[in-house]
Design a binder for this molecule. Structure first.
Ligand SMILES: Nc1ncnc2c1ncn2[C@@H]1O[C@H](COP(=O)(O)OP(=O)(O)OP(=O)(O)O)[C@@H](O)[C@H]1O
Ligand SMILES: [Mg+2]
Length: 328
């Protein structure tokens, strides 16, 4: 990745950023968004660096989707600044964001379930061969490239001819991540990729988030789940009612603190109290936090190191009922 800056703020940023990893690819400064008179987001600071995972956490309606819609070009901010490579930008369509290397993997994934995996990999950007007007799809090259790119990310599928609809939700998320990497994403935005997945499948997706980071991408990982965030995150931003409640580097926060911020420690205590009044619930036995932790995706930069375990995990999941299907 180049250390040259192109933006108007470039020189300043370069002075203060001795390493490439310290210059944000994408940055929000006091950014906000109002829908009419509903203020969905206000005064948010966020920086996305190459080779790091920035987790955005928050409850329903906290403003997570609004935040990524600004960065992915679906909506425009109405206050503050949005910078890419140090220069202020204002995207009008998602194409503007893609052109700057900002790719978003939405939960519904926009795949065609009955088409083969390799075909979905190239959907909308098919490789062709031969001169016009006898240009045709270069099927062999697309299959080979899809296979290589998936393997590079440590994703091993038995058969790229199988319809993508037969893959588990976790596997499809992984294909979408590999696709974004192949098409040159520098920033990868993942909107709750583990929300509809079980523990094992979530572990697989988390592993590829780590793999994307190892390839130098800046990742924005949106999630409700502090456990998932803590397994791969380098930085944690917690939104509450549209404002940034917490912004902390990994070194400055423990999983327990993060979980408390998410759950709202006081709210959890109040809930326990209410449950006690309902009766029949042994409140003393209730855990203070959610115990669910998926298979170790490792926060260490191992990325694809545990690759050998992936096919077995993935294969056993293919048969499992898929809850990720068609959710927006
Ligand atoms: N298009 C819109 N028009 C009006 N209000 C909106 C619009 N989109 C979002 N909002 C409001 O903005 C606030 C933040 O919504 P947002 O979808 O960003 O939250 P979220 O954190 O993604 O929630 P969830 O976890 O439920 O997806 C909510 O109060 C929501 O009702
Ligand atoms: Mg949302």
């Amino acid at each position: 990745m180049t250390s040259k800056t192109t933006g108007t703020h470039g020189a300043v940023l370069e002075d203060t950023a001795p390493q490439d990893g310290d210059r944000p690819l994408v940055e929000l400064r006091g950014a906000g968004k109002a829908y009419g008179n509903i203020r969905a987001l206000h005064g948010v600071d966020l920086a996305v660096h190459p080779g790091r995972v920035t987790c955005v956490l928050g409850d329903n309606g906290a403003g997570k989707s609004t935040l990524i819609k600004i960065i992915s070009g679906l909506h425009q901010h109405t206050e503050g600044d949005f910078l890419v490579d140090g220069a202020p930008v204002r995207f009008t369509t998602p194409r503007d964001a893609l052109a700057r290397g900002i790719a978003t993997v939405y939960q519904d994934l926009a795949t065609v379930p009955l088409m083969p995996v390799w075909r979905n990999f190239f959907l909308g950007s098919e490789m062709t061969k031969g001169p016009w007007p006898v240009r045709r799809l270069d099927i062999a090259r697309m299959k080979k490239t899809a296979d290589e790119e998936l393997r590079n990310m440590g994703i091993v599928l038995d058969d790229l001819e199988q319809p993508i609809g037969t893959l588990s939700g976790g596997q499809r998320q992984c294909v979408a991540i590999a696709r974004a990497v192949h098409f040159g994403a520098r920033v990868l935005i993942l909107d709750e990729p583990t929300a509809a997945l079980g523990v094992k499948q979530s572990g697989v997706v988390l592993k590829y988030i780590a793999a994307a980071r190892e390839r130098g991408l800046g990742v924005i990982f949106i999630t409700h789940n502090p456990h998932h965030a803590y397994l791969v995150g380098d930085h944690f931003s917690v939104l509450r009612l549209g404002t940034l409640e917490l912004s902390a580097a990994r070194a400055d926060i423990t999983l327990e603190e993060l979980t408390n911020h998410m759950a709202g420690g006081a709210e959890l205590a109040a809930l326990k109290h209410e449950l006690a009044q309902v009766g029949g619930v042994d409140v003393a036995a209730l855990p203070d936090e959610q115990p669910e932790v998926p298979a170790p995706a490792t926060a260490a930069p191992a990325g694809v190191a545990s690759e050998a375990a992936a096919p077995a995990t993935a294969a056993s999941e293919a048969a499992a009922p898929d809850t990720a299907e068609g959710k927006a």
